[in-house]
Structures are given as C-alpha cells and as structure tokens.
Design a protein around this ligand. Structure first.
Ligand SMILES: Nc1nc2c(ncn2[C@@H]2O[C@H](COP(=O)(O)OP(=O)(O)OP(=O)(O)O)[C@@H](O)[C@H]2O)c(=O)[nH]1
Ligand SMILES: [K+]
Ligand SMILES: [Mg+2]
Length: 435
C-alpha cells in the first residue's frame, strides 16, 4: 500500500456538541496519537485518556480508539479522539495536530482513501454519500442498500457472467481446432447473454425509478398569474418562502421547498404565472415555468374559483390535479375542480396534502424494484446493453467477443473496477488447455 500523508478532520457535526470526534488516517496516526495521549489502547477498544500538548499541558480528557490498517474504514491506520464538543477544545487539539505535521483532510478524502485501498467500490461510496445526506426514510432505505454492498454484488455477478461468456467465446476462437473443446459452447453463451440483457433492462428501469426517491417527487404549482401559487407554496411550507403580492407576475424564478410526506421526499416547485408578456424578465420566468412542467411528477393546476381562466397546457406528461383557489371568496359550489382550497383560511389544504401523498403512493406502488437513481448508473447500464445487443446481433465471432469485452468494461465502470485480467483465470478453470 502506498503511503499517503496523514490527515485529520472533525468527523462529527458542528460544535458545540456533547461529543466531537476527531478522526486521523495515515501512517503517522498512531505515533501522533501516542504523543498526545500516551500509550495506545488495544485496537478497536476505547480508553479514557488525558490529551496533552507536547509541553504536557492538558487539552482535554476523552476517549481514544485506534484501528490498525488494513482493517479500518480507510484501510490505513486510523485514530479517533472522542473529545468534549466545545469549539475551543476541538481547535486546541487541531492546532496541536497541525503542529505535529498532520494536515486537515479535504472533503471526502477519508472515503476516497477507502476507495483507493479497495475498502469500498464506487457504488458503495455513492451509497455512503446518499446515506449521510438522506433526509427521508425512503432515502435512508435506498442508501443503506447501496452502502452494504448488495448492489455491488449484483454488478459483480453480472461482470462475472460476462467474463465467463467472453472466455468461452475466445476459447472457441483460439482453440477451435483442438478436440477437447466442447463442440459449440456458443449457444449456451448467447442464451446467457440474452438473459443478462433482460436483467440489465430490469435494473435500468429500477435505477431510473430510484431518482424519484433520491431527488424527490416533483410537484409543480402552475397556473395563471395571481392564481395563488406562491401563497399555496407558503401555506404548504408553513413559512414565508415566496413573495406574495396582488401584482400579477410577481414570481419569476423557480422556488423549491422540500416536504417529507410519509417518508418520501416531495419537492414543491413554485413557478411564474403562465401568460404572454412583453416583460423580458417575466418571459424568462414563464420559460422556466414551462420547463418545470415538463419535468414534473405531478402538476397542481391552480385556477381562482372566481375567475374563468382555464388550464390549457394539454401536452404535459405528468398527472394534473385541478385545484380551485381562493375558496374563501365564493360560497357557491364550484365545479370542474379536483379540489378547492383557500391558502388564506387554510381550508382544503390538508385534503390537498392527502391527494399529493396518494399520487406519491400510486407512483411508488407501480415500481417493482428500485435502484440508486443516479444518472451515472443509467448511462453505464445503457452502454452495457448497447454492446450486449451488438454482441447478440453480430455475425463475426471475434467482433462479437469484442462487443462482450466492451459491455464488461461499461459494467465495470459502475463499480469503478474494470478487471481485464480476470479472463485467464476463467479460461483455465473451464478448460484443461495446458493438459
Ligand atoms: N382571498 C384570498 N386571496 C388569496 C388567496 N391566495 C392568494 N391570494 C391573494 O392573491 C394574490 C396573488 O397571490 P400569489 O400567491 O402572489 O399568486 P401567484 O399565483 O403566486 O402570482 P404570480 O407569482 O404573480 O403568478 C395575493 O394578493 C394573495 O394575497 C386565498 O386563498 N384567498
Ligand atoms: K402575484
Ligand atoms: Mg407567485
């Protein structure tokens, strides 16, 4: 293992806090920890220690843990100091570490080392990032799947199948004249490649679905100017996020507020009122509003119940809820709306939240499996299946084998491990070529 500089960082949240965890990783971790806190405890066992400067001044008393590499998070020797979580305490110990030649870690540097030392693959790294930033229960569940290696194992299994297929095809190419190679392994290989392609198609769909858990279910609030869109956003957010005035054309930028509905991230999007206008700032607002509608999972089409405006955006893909607004202004029954609300007196708001939640559920129930929802995975999976199709439809065996190789490479990019040398091992285990 290549030796890198020793780094440290505050790994717990912002100070002040009950406990602050300072983490060190790298070849000098143990010697530095010994300088500060004396004899190190048994690996992975916490010990209460006095932490002192080199002059013997007491900085704090706290727990010290050591994790010898490679069985540590980063794969390097690691130390954790569990200090009292005061800013001055953390600063004093950090200063001492700097004086001892340890440098502050860059963002993600511990995880980067874990990846470089083979402790985590890219899928697990992404899962870890998602887990740390997870705000809803569904995001947590999705992320924990991907940190614990479940998905990596699926990809690794596919990579193995591809490697095997390629090895068999190349063996057929190389040793076609020899007698002890089974007549035609091709049929069996291509059957499996066909199955793999189907598996990847399923995974691709699941991965695209994951975007909805990871990035949120986008609910776009649309309608004519002054429909009460920003008022509704504020009512749902329970705070004054958007400017509300009686002037038509108040909102121009896209405004987003996140809600957590039954464990799902729901992203509410307030938009400019749709109308023809000479004002170039408002024109840009309307353009943004239209593009928000195109990426919506659900559209709330707001129309004041005392107006004769209509929702006429016909070519949208997402489901549309027609919401009559300003219900407090009219007592007569209103028809033609899915729901009627008043942001002023709050009527209908909880029914609207129920309706949004039920749309989220509907969407969720239509999903058989869920993947990480990352564009990177989607792209690599698409490329993989492109090359599988090339391999399946090709006529020349050597070119088909090359397509399998390219497919394997695309798959390998997902986990960050492209393993070209796996080939020989498989060839030798399948055939006794050397005899
Ligand atoms: N009586 C009543 N007035 C409302 C209600 N909701 C909004 N308004 C008023 O309608 C006007 C427009 O509200 P906004 O929330 O700014 O409407 P908007 O759709 O965001 O308007 P633009 O951003 O200009 O497109 C304001 O004067 C609000 O106070 C409501 O439920 N009842
Ligand atoms: K307005
Ligand atoms: Mg507005």
């Amino acid at each position: 293992m290549q030796l890198k500089p020793t780094i440290f960082a505050l790994s717990s949240g912002a100070t002040p806090s009950g406990v602050a965890v300072l983490r060190l990783s790298g070849p000098d971790s143990f010697s530095v920890a010994e300088t500060l806190s004396g004899h190190l405890p048994t690996p992975r066992m916490a010990a209460l220690k006095s932490i002192r400067t080199r002059n013997g001044d007491l900085l704090d008393r706290g727990l010290v843990l050591c994790f010898p590499g490679p069985a540590s998070f980063t794969g390097e020797d690691c130390i954790e100091f569990h200090l009292h979580g005061g800013r001055a305490v953390v600063d004093a110990v950090s200063r001492e570490l700097l004086d001892l030649g340890i440098r502050p870690a860059e963002a993600g540097e511990f995880t980067k080392r874990a990846f470089e030392n083979g402790k985590l693959d890219l899928v697990e790294v992404e899962g870890l990032g998602d887990l740390i930033s997870a705000e809803t229960e569904m995001q947590r569940r999705l992320a924990i799947e991907h940190t614990s290696g479940g998905l990596s194992a699926v990809y690794a299994g596919w990579a193995d199948r591809l490697t095997r297929a390629r090895a068999l095809i190349e063996a057929e190419l190389d040793f076609a004249d020899e007698e002890d190679i089974p007549g035609s392994v091709s049929d069996q290989v291509w059957d499996d490649v066909e199955r793999l392609k189907a598996d990847i198609k399923t995974q691709l769909e699941a991965t695209q679905h994951g975007a909805f858990v990871r990035n949120g279910f986008r609910v776009v609030i649309s309608g004519p100017p002054n429909a009460g869109k920003s008022s509704l956003l504020n009512a749902l957010a329970k705070r004054d996020v958007a400017i509300v005035t009686e002037i038509a054309g108040t909102t121009r930028d896209i405004l987003e507020v996140d809600l957590n509905l039954e464990g799902f991230l729901v992203r509410l999007v307030d938009t400019a009122g749709l109308r023809e206008t000479e004002d170039i700032v408002e024109q840009e607002g309307v353009r943004r509003a239209r593009s928000a509608i195109e990426t919506a999972d659900l559209i709330l089409a707001l129309i004041p119940i005392d107006s004769d405006a209509e929702w006429n955006q016909t070519s949208v893909a997402a489901p549309v809820l027609k919401v009559g607004t300003k219900a407090d202004l009219l007592t007569a029954p209103s028809i033609g709306y899915d729901l009627v609300i008043s942001s002023k007196d709050g009527s209908g708001i909880s029914a609207l939240i129920d309706a949004i939640t039920s749309e989220v559920r509907k969407r969720w129930n239509g999903i058989a499996a869920i993947g990480p929802g990352r564009l990177r995975h989607v792209q690599h999976l698409k490329h993989t299946s492109f090359f599988l199709e090339e391999a399946l439809s090709g006529t020349q065996l050597d070119l088909r084998a090359e397509s399998l190789r390219l497919a394997g490479e695309c798959l390998g990019r997902i986990t960050g491990r492209v393993d070209p040398d796996d080939m020989l091992g498989v060839i030798f285990s399948e055939f006794c070529i050397g005899k």
